[in-house]
Design a protein around this ligand. Structure first.
Ligand SMILES: Cc1ncc(COP(=O)(O)O)c(C=O)c1O
Length: 398
C-alpha cells in the first residue's frame, strides 16, 4: 500500500504524553526477565495472590460450566451486593439499578466519560492525576482542564482553584480519593466545598474510589453521600487494589438509574457482559471483604511506615506520608537532579525502579512515585539502595 490508511480523529485523542514514564518500568521488567536483581516499585500491581477463597470460587464456577454469556449490566445478586456495600460505606442508599459492573474501574471511567461528556465540554481534573484520565476524557471529545494541586500543600487541593477553573462549558469534575500517585485522602471540608461548586454550577462529579478500603488515618468519605450529591455523582469502585485482583478486571459504577441504563447500552456494544465465573468470585470477595481488606490495609500500612522511616533519614530527599493506598511520593529536588534523571540513575546504578511522577502532572515534577508492591524485606533493601544511590551523588553546590 502506498497510501497511509485513514483513521478517525479518535486515534489522536487516545494517545497521551503521559505514557513515556512507563519506559523505565518496562526496562525494569526486561532486566528481571534477564535474571537481574531489580526491585520493581514502579507499578500499582499488588504482589499478593488473590485470596484463595475467591480463586476457588471462580474455578468451581468454571468447572460447573459458567462460561456462557452473562447479563450485560452484571448479575443481579452481584449488583445487589455491591449496592449494599456502597450504601453501607457511604450512607447513601442505592439499589441494584444504580449499579453496573463494567470490567475494571478503568473501563468504568472510560464509559462514564463517554456518556457524560462531548466535544465542547470541559472537564476539571485535579493534577497530579491518574494516567489514563487524559485519554478517557479526550476520547469523549471533551477538553480536559487540569487544576494544579500544590505540592507545598501536601498535594491537598484548594477547592478555590476548582471554583476558579469553572466556565460555562464545564460539565464535570473527575477526582480520585484516595489519590494516585499522591495517596491523599480528601477531607470532609474539601469534599463539601467541591460538592457546593458542583451543585451551584450543575456539574457531574466522577469520584474514583478504587483505594477507598486502604486508608491509614482518616476514613474515606464518598462525595455521593453529601447532601444533594447522589443525583450528580458517579462513583467508581474496583476489587483490583483492595482484594489484590487487578487481572480480574472487576470494577463497577454507582450512579443515577438513567446513567446506569445508558452505560448498560454502551456495555452491550463494548463488553457484552463480564464473565460469569468472575462475577461469582466477586460475590465471595464482597462477602469476605471485611477480613480481606483489613489484612491488605495492615500490610500496606506496615510497608508505608517502614519505607517512610528509612527514607526520611536520607539527606537530600523528602517523603510525603501517604494517607492511603500503595504509593509514596518522594521529593528529590534537593539532589539537584530531575526526577527523570534520578529515576534512571537509580535504576541503572542501584537496580530499583520507581516512576518519575511528572507523568501524573507538572505539579509533581521533582517527585518520584514509589509503590509498596514488594515484601518488607525487599522494601528495606530498596531503601538501602536508594540511600546508597543518593549518597553517591555529587553534593549540590550551596
Ligand atoms: C486512581 C486509579 N483509578 C483507576 C485505576 C484502575 O483500576 P482497575 O484495575 O480497576 O481498572 C487505578 C489503577 O492503578 C488507579 O490508580
Amino acid at each position: 500500500m502506498n497510501k497511509d490508511p485513514r483513521y478517525s480523529s479518535l486515534v489522536g485523542r487516545i494517545g497521551g504524553k503521559r505514557t513515556d514514564a512507563w519506559n523505565i518500568h518496562y526496562a525494569a521488567l526486561d532486566a528481571v526477565e534477564r535474571g537481574e536483581d531489580v526491585i520493581v516499585l514502579s507499578v500499582g500491581d499488588p504482589d499478593f495472590a488473590t485470596p484463595s477463597s475467591i480463586t476457588e470460587r471462580a474455578v468451581e464456577a468454571l468447572r460447573a460450566g459458567d462460561t456462557h454469556y452473562s447479563d450485560v449490566p452484571g448479575r443481579v445478586e452481584l449488583r445487589r451486593a455491591l449496592a449494599r456495600m456502597h450504601s453501607e460505606d457511604s450512607g447513601q442508599p442505592v439499589g441494584e439499578d444504580n449499579v453496573i459492573v463494567v470490567g475494571g474501574a478503568q473501563n468504568g471511567l472510560f464509559a462514564v466519560a463517554l456518556c457524560l461528556c462531548e466535544a465542547g465540554d470541559e472537564v476539571l481534573v485535579p493534577e497530579p492525576m491518574y494516567l489514563t484520565y487524559e485519554a478517557s476524557i479526550r476520547t469523549s471529545g471533551a477538553t480536559l482542564v487540569p487544576v494544579p494541586v500544590d505540592a507545598e500543600r501536601g498535594f491537598h487541593l484548594d477547592p478555590a482553584d476548582i471554583a476558579a477553573a469553572v466556565t460555562p462549558r464545564t460539565r464535570a469534575i473527575f477526582l480520585a480519593t484516595p489519590g494516585n500517585p499522591t495517596g491523599v485522602v480528601m477531607t470532609r471540608d474539601e469534599l463539601e466545598a467541591i460538592a457546593e461548586i458542583a451543585r451551584q454550577h450543575d456539574l457531574w462529579v466522577v469520584s474514583d474510589e478504587v483505594y477507598s478500603g486502604l486508608t491509614f488515618e482518616r476514613p474515606h468519605i464518598s462525595i455521593a453521600a453529601l447532601p444533594g450529591m447522589a443525583e450528580r455523582t458517579v462513583t467508581i469502585g474496583s476489587l483490583s487494589k483492595s482484594h489484590a485482583m487487578p487481572g480480574w478486571r472487576m470494577g463497577w459504577v454507582v450512579g443515577p438509574e438513567t446513567l446506569i441504563a445508558h452505560l448498560g447500552r454502551l456495555a452491550l456494544c463494548m463488553l457484552y457482559g463480564l464473565p460469569g465465573f468472575i462475577q461469582e468470585a466477586a460475590l465471595v470477595a464482597v462477602a469476605e471483604r471485611a477480613s480481606i481488606v483489613a489484612a491488605m490495609r495492615d500490610t500496606y500500612r506496615r510497608r508505608r511506615d517502614i519505607t517512610y522511616r528509612l527514607l526520611q533519614e536520607v539527606p537530600g530527599i523528602r517523603c510525603l506520608l501517604p494517607e492511603a493506598g500503595m504509593f509514596m511520593m518522594i521529593d528529590i529536588r534537593g539532589t539537584g537532579l530531575s526526577a527523570n534523571e534520578f529515576a534512571w540513575g537509580l535504576f541503572e546504578q542501584a537496580r530499583v525502579s520507581v516512576l518519575d511522577a511528572t507523568a501524573f502532572g507538572e505539579t509533581a515534577s521533582g517527585f518520584l512515585r514509589l509503590g509498596f508492591v514488594v515484601d518488607e524485606e525487599r522494601l528495606v533493601e530498596a531503601c538501602r539502595r536508594i540511600a546508597a544511590y543518593v549518597g553517591s551523588l555529587e553534593p549540590v553546590p550551596a
